[in-house]
Design a protein around this ligand. Structure first.
Ligand SMILES: [Ca+2]
Ligand SMILES: [Ca+2]
Length: 195
């Protein structure tokens, strides 16, 4: 039994609709297809999507950095950000996750990239959060502890409502805790894609 010809992936959030269809029926046996989807959604998607479609998607919605220590970084274009799970899903489609900053060298590389490419934004969302337990900062994707590379005086949970890790332009793109939900053209997000 082979996969018949239609796969629709529709992500609609006001700003985009991305449709892939007509996966050729010789591509994957149906049971193999289902196994891959259920095991590792992100990697399965990367395997079954036509490579050209993913590249077009990436070019349409992201600005790509050069490589740093086995990772590339993808900055959202225009006003695409609404909330972290949306950013995480977008990053997942290109095989990555909301960026997790582990070293001062990585932070410096990212800041340089943001100084060059993120002038339209005031805030760029990263992958750390303390939504589940105030003051306990966890990286969303890897579920590891957030490395303490914050701007001086941060995180401060200003007004008791700052549970998401962001790069903040007024702090020269250093890391701040800030709101998680935005409806602003000045907020972007940054994906990290490992080799
Ligand atoms: Ca907080
Ligand atoms: Ca703060």
């Amino acid at each position: 039994m082979f996969l018949n010809s239609l796969l629709l992936l529709i992500l609609i959030h006001g700003h985009y609709c991305f449709v892939v269809k007509d996966i050729e029926d010789h591509f994957l046996p149906e049971n193999e297809f289902k196994r891959k989807i259920s095991d590792t959604p992100t990697h399965a998607l990367r395997e079954i999507f036509p490579k050209t479609s993913l590249e077009l998607f990436k070019k349409a919605y992201f600005i790509e950095s050069i490589k740093f220590s086995g990772s590339t970084y993808l900055l959202s274009k225009d006003s695409l950000f609404f909330y972290p799970s949306f950013g995480q899903a977008m990053c997942g489609l290109v095989g990555g996750y909301l960026v997790e900053v582990n070293t001062i060298q990585e932070l410096e590389f990212i800041k340089h990239f943001l100084f060059e490419k993120a002038s339209r934004f005031g805030i760029v969302m990263a992958g750390g959060t303390d939504e589940d337990h105030e003051g306990l900062w966890i990286n969303r994707y890897s579920q590891t502890k957030v490395d303490s590379l914050w701007n001086a005086g941060q995180p401060d949970d200003f007004k008791g409502g700052q549970n998401c890790q962001v790069f903040y332009k007024p702090y020269n793109w250093n890391l701040d805790d800030n709101s998680c939900v935005f409806n602003s053209r000045e907020v972007g997000f940054l994906c990290e894609v490992k080799d």
